[in-house]
Design a protein around this ligand. Structure first.
Ligand SMILES: [Zn+2]
Length: 274
């Protein structure tokens, strides 16, 4: 499933090719991909809209149009492609938008979990999203008080999009490893120093992921190679890169969780973790 660095990579790839293009028509090939509005209204409203800019909020892609926003969430298997010249629709294409300059924007999604919105205001789509981890607001102090205002295990808390927006299973496991924090540590047991370490680790893994164009795993191959640099994710039984203890896998909140049982010592909690 694409996480923040993978979506950011797509945004950076699409930005130079899509900015300034006009949407001439839209062929919606699987109507349930469209979250809002109705297919008829969508087709009518999108016609003639110019793509002014492209940005990312959490794992959403936001195409700012002349007077609307075209928003995508890729979920499990969605992908956005730009094709120059004639295009033959493929089996998993859910939306094909014809653009000026003999270009097509294609939303392909084999598993059909991805969603598209065409809205005037993105507020209601983004309303439940928490802090953006690459924004200025995400600071060591913010993280320290946000962790201490809650009493939850670190792994599920970091995955909670309403807490921090954009982290998924891979980057959470990698960040907790770098910060030497056990995934089951209670958030309110984190000292100011540990919070600063976790803040740095989150920034580092996300920036590394973006630098490596994301990870190409269990998903459409985009040329990213972060999967070759995972320290613990997906490395069950392999030696920890720091201490050589075999990496352990446990299930936390139904998610496979990878960590080093030696390096990631569980901090003492003021309260027992449920
Ligand atoms: Zn270790």
């Amino acid at each position: 499933m694409p996480e923040l660095p993978e979506v950011e990579t797509i945004v950076r790839t699409l930005r130079p090719v899509l900015t300034g293009k006009t949407i001439l028509s839209a062929d919606l090939r699987w109507t349930r991909t469209l979250a809002a509005p109705s297919p008829a209204v969508f087709k009518k409203r999108i016609k003639g809209q110019q793509i002014e800019s492209i940005s990312r909020r959490a794992k959403f892609l936001d195409l700012k149009l002349s007077d609307m926003h075209l928003v995508f969430h890729l979920r499990m298997s969605g992908d956005l492609l730009v094709v120059l010249g004639g295009y033959q629709p493929a089996k998993h294409d859910r939306l094909i938008a014809k653009l000026s300059g003999d270009t097509s924007l294609i939303f392909s999604d084999p598993r059909k979990f991805g969603r598209i919105w065409l809205v005037q205001d993105t507020k209601y789509i983004f309303r439940d999203l928490g802090m953006e981890p690459l924004s200025e607001g995400f600071s060591p102090d913010w993280l320290y008080s946000a962790l201490n205002n809650r009493r939850r295990q670190l792994k599920p808390l970091l995955l909670d999009q309403g807490f921090l927006a954009g982290l998924g299973n891979i980057y959470t496991d990698e960040a907790l490893f770098l910060a030497k924090l056990h995934p089951l540590t209670s958030s309110d047991a984190i000292t100011k120093k540990k919070a600063a370490g976790l803040w740095l680790a989150i920034r580092e893994v996300l920036e590394e992921g973006i630098r490596r164009n994301g990870a190409s795993i269990d998903w459409v191959y985009r040329g990213g190679d972060f999967q070759n640099h995972f320290r613990v994710y997906g490395r069950t039984g392999e030696p920890c890169p720091v201490c050589k203890t075999p990496v352990k896998r446990i299930t936390v909140g139904q998610r496979g969780t990878h960590f080093c049982p030696h390096c990631q010592v569980r901090a003492k909690s003021k309260y027992p973790v449920k």
